[in-house]
Design a protein. Sequence first.
Length: 179
Amino acid sequence: MRADARRNYERIVSTAREVFTEHGPDAPLDEVAKRAEVGSGTLYRHFPDRLALIEAVYRDEVARLCARAEVIAEKSEPEQMVDDWLRDQVDFIVNGHGLAASLKAALDKESPVFEHCRAMLSDAAASVLTPAQQIGAIRKDLMPRDLLKLGHAIGTAIQTAPPDQADRIMSVMLRGLRD
């Protein structure tokens, strides 16, 4: 991709994230193009339909979450890594603005997008889980997929909960990982 095309692509994805955050995944694509300061033809050259744009934003969000796991693994103590990662994962679920739900409604759960994202997330979860398990801070029988499922469950459960309940639920679950 040429440098200017790459910049347009990245600007469209970044702008779409903002617009989807404000208005959900059904927001007008013309609004995305306008705010990204590109013509609708440029938007549609990169993303032939809404689903393609939602996929790109979702993949980008997953990549950001996975990059956060790398930062946590580099900067946190092993006993704190899982807590930090789960809090980030739950925040990702709570603030996903319906992107995953839109994709799940349109794509098979075994689609290349979901397969790719699952693999990235599993690797990221393993990068924070393994060091914590090696020092005995987290149960040895917990698998990276388990950690992802727990984060998803908590995120889904607290989406409408008051903040104090969300923190309490998260704390209870994190204590349970240490038994």
